[in-house]
Design a protein around this ligand. Structure first.
Ligand code: CA2
Length: 146
């Protein structure tokens, strides 16, 4: 594991600005800094991106093929709607870890279904901003998973 892509979907640029009771008070810029530092400590280089645009996320996932060893994806609300993101993950052949700040299974029914889960190696949710660091640890250990 030497190169990681961390992708964030729609509205996650609002983190720390609104709804801190659900998503926490940490801003996405701070999460990015913590991720880069944590990955570097593990000897992993890390690219961190956010987009509100489904097509841009699809392109970033496609472009990860042969470039990044793993993707950590918080697809935001596209998690529950996007066959396009699911297909991009399949096409990229890059092992992908699904991530959510909140525990989507304890929330509204419409958040319980994830198109990403069908194609992800695994899912981390409910641990807030700390989940990003847990996901990096999971990515670092991917080669140990049968
Ligand atoms: O828990 C997560 O990480 C989610 O991916 C966040 C998405 C939500 O649609 C998913 O069901 C679960 C929403 C991100 C919106 O983020 C905001 C942050 C601050 C203020 C408003 C929205």
């Amino acid at each position: 594991m030497s190169s990681l892509l961390i992708l964030n979907g729609p509205n996650l640029n609002m983190l720390g600005v609104r709804q801190p009771e659900i998503y926490g008070a940490t801003r996405l810029e701070d999460i990015k800094a913590n991720c880069v530092a944590h990955a570097e400590a593990l000897g992993i280089s890390c690219k961190f991106e956010q987009s509100n645009d489904e097509g841009k996320l699809v392109t970033l996932i496609q472009d990860a093929r042969g470039v990044h060893d793993a993707i950590i994806l918080n697809a935001g609300a596209y998690t529950h709607t996007s066959i396009a993101l699911m297909d991009a993950i399949i096409a990229s052949e890059v092992p992908t870890i699904e991530l959510h700040l909140s525990n989507i299974h304890a929330r509204e029914e419409f958040r319980h279904h994830s198109y990403i889960s069908r194609v992800a190696v695994g899912q981390i949710c409910g641990f807030g901003a700390k989940g990003y660091l847990l996901a990096i640890d999971a990515a670092a250990g991917l080669s140990e998973i049968p």
